[in-house]
Design a protein around this ligand. Structure first.
Ligand SMILES: CCCC/C=C/CC(=O)SCCNC(=O)CCNC(=O)[C@H](O)C(C)(C)COP(=O)(O)OP(=O)(O)OC[C@H]1O[C@@H](n2cnc3c(N)ncnc32)[C@H](O)[C@@H]1OP(=O)(O)O
Length: 400
């Protein structure tokens, strides 16, 4: 797994002393900010800097999480210098993202940071001015996500995996963006959250190139960090409070399949397939599937999938209870979205409370299972079996 820094990917606030932190993308409106410019932000372009800080308040359009994080980091660097606070805990996602963004600036001089801040705001102002007249489809999209397209309409937040050329394989960045998107969706005013894929695949699972980006601490550190990422990622699904729907538009592989056991509805095109080739890859089940799959389909069928890597058709996955309903591919989108729009009008609180009643009593168990599966995978990723399988993929000897 790559340990790519999350700088510029997560939510945060525009500048250091923003009294009101931005909610996680829950609105396209730029919140009012009360700014206090530190006295340390002195220097050649101090006036420009102060003016840029004030101009941020006037932006008509939310610049998105990535830009907000950049603004935050540059402001901190400009006013305080290099990151000087302890790293927030793993589950403190927002503050950790902010810290990462600031820390990523390293020893960038204060004056350069100030200038970069001014340049960034200036760019934002011109793009905001030119686009503010147009109320287009694009306006409904959430900014700040590179690997996802997120839209909210009809009380439904749709999170679409958006790497169609790579079959929506999940990169480290994507795992992190998905966590943020879930956090945002849990707080926005939608009633239902939907996952789907752009292109012919739903998702080909973990991006195997994640394995090629080795940090200075070596493969042990990589495996450890990956296990943490995996655990955090799956925890977000376990804890997600609203009805979560998978619209499986095409084949699904690996972790894209296993986490379906944590969804509330799984609608599949008849073109979809469900494949968990863990033993082919020297790996073991994740996404709590070691628990949810035997529970959903019985131990024998779960073993066929999770140990022997049997690929299921949509019809088979339906027969085994993993899929709620299968639709012909030709009418899939129309039928599914008609259905979901009708569901989204049901009583929001009742739906959310019902989900809690159905899911809450298992949460603790699921978290424990997730932690154990992640721990075991950490060891597996260091095995020859796993490394050889990944190398086979890249040398094109093996395909699923
Ligand atoms: C931190 C959390 C870790 C969680 C761990 C999870 C475990 C898993 O998810 S295990 C499953 C891992 N996935 C795979 O092993 C799938 C590997 N991919 C394939 O076997 C094939 O690509 C395919 C069967 C999905 C599709 O084959 P097809 O012939 O139709 O298309 P390709 O030409 O192979 O793919 C197009 C393009 O996309 C790249 N790609 C597809 N999937 C992946 C992937 N999982 N990782 C990296 N790259 C992938 C593929 O290399 C092609 O790229 P190029 O066009 O640049 O060659």
């Amino acid at each position: 797994m790559a340990l790519v820094g999350v700088s510029g990917r997560l939510a945060g606030c525009y500048c250091l002393r923003a009294v009101r932190s931005l909610p996680f993308c829950s609105s396209l409106q730029v919140p009012a900010l009360q700014l206090h410019i530190s006295k340390t932000a002195m220097g050649a372009c101090q006036k420009d800097f102060e003016s840029a800080v004030n101009q941020v308040k006037l932006l008509k359009k939310d610049p998105g999480n990535e830009v907000k994080l950049k603004l935050y980091a540059l402001y901190k660097q400009a006013t305080e210098g290099p990151c000087n606070t302890p790293k927030p805990g793993l589950f403190d996602l927002i503050n950790k993202a902010k810290w990462d963004a600031w820390n990523a600036l390293g020893n960038l001089p204060k004056e350069t940071a100030r200038q970069n801040y001014v340049d960034l705001v200036s760019g934002l102002r011109s793009s905001s001015d030119s686009s503010s007249q147009v109320k287009s489809e694009a306006d409904k999209k959430r900014a700040g996500y590179d690997t996802l397209v997120i839209t909210s309409e009809d009380c439904i937040t749709k999170i679409m995996l958006n790497r169609p050329a790579k079959k929506n394989a999940l990169t480290t960045q994507m795992y992190r963006e998905i966590m943020l998107a879930l956090e945002a969706a849990s707080k926005d005013d939608s009633t239902i959250t939907v996952f789907t894929g752009n292109g012919d695949y739903y998702s080909s699972g973990n991006d195997l190139t994640n394995f090629t980006d080795i940090p200075p601490g070596g493969i042990e550190e990589k495996a450890k960090n990956s296990a943490i990422l995996l655990r955090d990622f799956v925890d977000c699904f376990i804890d997600f409070p609203k009805p979560l729907v998978a619209v499986v538009n095409g084949p699904a592989v690996g972790i894209a399949v296993t986490i379906l056991g944590l969804f509330d509805l799984v609608y599949a095109s008849d073109r979809a397939t469900f494949h968990t080739p863990f033993s082919h890859l020297g790996q073991t089940p994740e996404g709590c599937s070691s628990y949810t799959f035997p529970k959903i389909m019985g131990p024998a069928k779960a073993v066929e999938m999770l140990i022997f890597g049997k690929k299921l058709t949509a019809g088979e996955a339906y027969a085994q209870g993993l899929v709620t309903e299968v639709f012909p591919d030709s009418t899939f989108q129309k039928e599914v979205w008609t259905r979901l729009k009708a569901y989204s009008k049901l009583s929001q609180n009742a739906m959310h409370i019902s989900k809690q009643i159905i899911r809450n009593h298992e949460k603790e168990k699921l978290h424990a299972i997730n932690a154990e599966e992640s721990r075991i995978l950490q060891e597996r990723w260091l095995s020859d079996e796993c490394m050889n399988a990944v190398m086979d993929f890249f040398s094109r000897k093996a395909k699923l």
